[in-house]
Write a protein that binds this ligand. Structure first.
Ligand SMILES: C[S@@+](CC[C@H](N)C(=O)[O-])C[C@H]1O[C@@H](n2cnc3c(N)ncnc32)[C@H](O)[C@@H]1O
Length: 261
């Protein structure tokens, strides 16, 4: 497993870990792959709290960025953060990217950091996104590789793994087939092998893991004894991954690039 030599505490943030802190090493690779130009109009799919949308808006100083997410609370948080950070050329909308009525050809690049694996019908969704892009537009998205390549899922989630949706674009030939069917071409895959950060202490990491939907769902189906065994199992695993600079788990993602023509 590769450990970061230059992870800065600024990027990790202070206090409780959040998704941006967890993925701060992935985000460097993602921002560089997005290569947003000053004049571009960017669409961020499944933007969550919208960090990647704001990063894109800052790069698109003469253009702008829009983030879309199905979650109302995520959009409210993203909008509040944009206002707090003074990013003016960004906007957020709540909606399902699969069916949202985007204005035809109104974006130059669609980006997504782990927001495109959950569509009810991926071909329909990517076709909809393709329609929102200019003829010479491009798609840049980060998705998880197979679960077996992701220690955070295998070790932490154990037998209560995330639904397979999180890994739905892991297989390159299947992902390329979906994108081809949706009208994209020239699909490429960049291997991103960086660890995820789960906090600066065992307690912080256990708090973060306790908030995962998969952890919460699994805990509902356990009796008291089995819940106690699971807590002990997790504490042991987290302790094994605690190093001087925090708690890290290995992970593997793809950055998928595709073009409209
Ligand atoms: C793993 S989170 C990633 C959030 C964000 N991209 C980030 O990196 O911080 C996945 C996000 O995709 C959103 N999402 C899932 N399906 C969606 C859909 N069909 N349309 C829009 N957003 C969707 C979820 O609400 C969630 O916020």
């Amino acid at each position: 497993m590769k450990f970061p030599e230059t992870a800065s505490s600024d990027e990790r943030g202070a206090g409780p870990v959040d998704y941006d802190a967890e993925l701060h090493l992935h985000n460097r690779a993602f921002r560089s792959a997005c290569a947003v130009l000053a004049h571009e109009r960017v669409l961020d799919i499944g933007c969550g709290a919208g960090k990647t949308t704001r990063d894109a808006a800052r790069a698109a100083s003469a253009g702008g960025a829009m983030g879309i997410d199905a979650s109302g609370p995520a959009i409210a948080r993203a909008s509040a953060l944009a206002a707090a950070e003074g990013v003016r050329n960004v906007r957020y909308e709540q909606g399902d990217a699969q069916t949202h009525a985007f204005l035809s050809q109104s974006f130059d690049v669609a980006i997504s950091r782990f927001g495109t694996m959950f569509f009810a019908d991926p071909i329909v969704a990517f076709r909809n996104i393709r329609g929102a892009l200019a003829d010479d537009g491009r798609l840049v998205m980060m998705v998880w590789q197979a679960r077996e390549a992701n220690e955070w899922s295998m070790a932490v989630q154990g037998d209560h793994a995330l639904s397979s949706a999180a890994f739905s674009l892991a297989d390159p030939s299947a992902a390329e087939g979906i994108l081809d069917a949706a009208g994209f071409a020239h699909t490429t895959f960049q291997d991103v092998h960086e660890p995820v950060y789960y906090g600066d202490s065992v307690e912080a990491a256990l708090d973060w893991i306790g908030g995962f939907q998969s952890t919460q769902e699994a805990s509902q189906s356990r009796d008291a004894a089995s819940a106690e065994r699971e807590r002990a199992r997790l504490r042991g695993i987290v302790a094994q991954h605690h190093r001087d600079d925090g708690v890290w788990f290995d992970s593997r993602a793809w950055i998928i690039n595709a073009r409209c023509r």
